[in-house]
Design a binder for this molecule. Structure first.
Ligand code: SF4
Length: 392
């Protein structure tokens, strides 16, 4: 594949035929799960070995051979390695640590639905992932062996969506929904789009970064049949943008699936503006919009991944003018205990005097903006036309 941006190449850690390697089910069957599996392919540090003990019965360990191949050998601090490799640091009790940092259980009207915002809701269709990110925010649910929704839970969820006509958007999430079979995915899309008020379906999946071979032609055909489908993916580092990932992202976009990236700022993995810039340029070239850059949530065992808020703001400030608006992700965080998502931006406002707002831009140019004072000129009957849609 020819591109103008640099893509990562890799050596498969398991020697097999291309047919096997590019078969996503083979990848899942051959995932590394145990200490012994990992020791076959990595020299493990003492901290990492202890991590296997500490994670026992707490948070699943698993990575596909594909994703494990992206690690540069011999580097304990390799960014990709840190995202899936257990570490003794997971045993430390973090500041404000919670098993359910987003308070999701309080906004869960049925076992598989999360309804926090008026016009959209989450449908947790599986708890399986192709790897278990050590900083996962949904550790209270993910990897607990509840792979597919029970029939009764599925029906309850669909019924909930039917009964709540204010829900216009459903985000299919998990776990990773693309670990389900194409047939399951088609059933879910069909049932949701059969509900008259569901206008849009988003799918949250880390698969394009972690197991791109999963994006097969049959899946693309399903997405085309049930459009609009938006894919919200999760790349954290330029080393995840391989030729394989780029090829499957292109397949999605070429076939009418808009793709957005939601990264997490992670200490020691990607908390550097140059690195985020490189990731954004690669994604944008592949027609993936860098959308969110999340502050890491205080989920259990993930404190060592969290960046200080002040540092996150500095990173965003350095990116501000250097990166185009299109390539700049929104720095955001979820207010712990279910307060919802909030964006936060570097402060460019120096002072306000009357209606004069003094700003200094990203590269030091300072000037005031004089705010006009005038009455609204939107005609009431024009505004009323849209009020019923907005009232939720
Ligand atoms: S892929 Fe998503 S849900 Fe799965 S472990 Fe990673 S962050 Fe959690």
């Amino acid at each position: 594949m020819k591109t103008k941006v640099q893509l990562k190449s890799y050596e498969p850690i398991i020697k097999t035929t291309p047919e096997n390697w590019y078969d996503w089910k083979w990848q899942l069957r051959n995932s590394l799960k145990t200490l012994e599996d990992f020791e076959k392919h990595f020299d493990l540090s003492t901290n990492e070995k202890e991590g296997f003990q500490i994670s026992k019965n707490k948070f699943k360990i698993e990575v596909s051979p594909y994703y494990a191949s992206l690690v540069e050998k011999g580097h304990f601090n390799d960014p990709v390695r840190q995202t899936f490799m257990p570490n003794s640091l997971e045993g430390q009790t973090g500041l404000q640590e919670q098993l359910d940092p987003l308070g999701e259980k309080n906004n869960s009207p049925t076992a598989r639905v999360l309804h926090r915002y008026p016009d959209r809701a989450l449908f947790l269709v599986t708890d399986l992932c192709s790897l278990y990110c050590r900083y996962c925010t949904r550790k209270h649910f993910t990897g607990k062996d509840q792979a597919y929704v029970k029939k009764s839970e599925y029906e309850q969820s669909i019924d909930y969506f039917k009964r709540h006509s204010q829900i216009k958007e459903v985000l299919i999430s998990g776990g990773d929904p693309l670990t389900l079979s194409n047939e399951r995915i088609e059933t879910i899309l069909k049932d949701l789009y059969a509900i008259p008020h569901i206008e849009l379906i988003r799918i949250g999946s880390r698969i394009p970064a972690t197991l791109p071979m999963r994006i097969d032609q049959q899946l693309i055909g399903i997405f085309k049949k049930y459009k609009p489908i938006y894919l919200m993916t999760h790349f954290n580092h330029p080393n995840e943008v391989t030729y394989d990932a780029a090829e499957r992202l292109e397949m999605l976009v070429d076939n009418g699936v808009p793709v957005f990236n939601q990264m997490v700022l992670l200490n020691g993995v990607n908390n550097d503006p140059a690195l985020i810039y490189a990731l954004s340029r690669r994604l944008l070239h592949l027609r993936v919009k860098p959308y969110y850059m999340f502050q890491c949530d205080p989920s259990r065992g993930s404190d060592h991944f969290r960046t200080p808020v002040e540092q996150s703001l500095q990173i965003q400030k350095k990116l501000w003018g250097r990166a185009s608006g299109l390539s700049l992700p929104n720095l955001s965080l979820d207010i712990p205990s279910g307060g919802g998502k909030v964006g936060f931006t570097p402060n460019f406002l120096d002072r306000v005097v009357g209606n004069e707002y003094q700003f200094t831009g990203w590269d030091g140019v300072s000037e005031k903006y004089i705010s006009p004072s005038q009455d609204s000129v939107i005609l009431p009957h024009v505004s009323e036309l849209y009020q019923s849609e907005f009232k939720i």
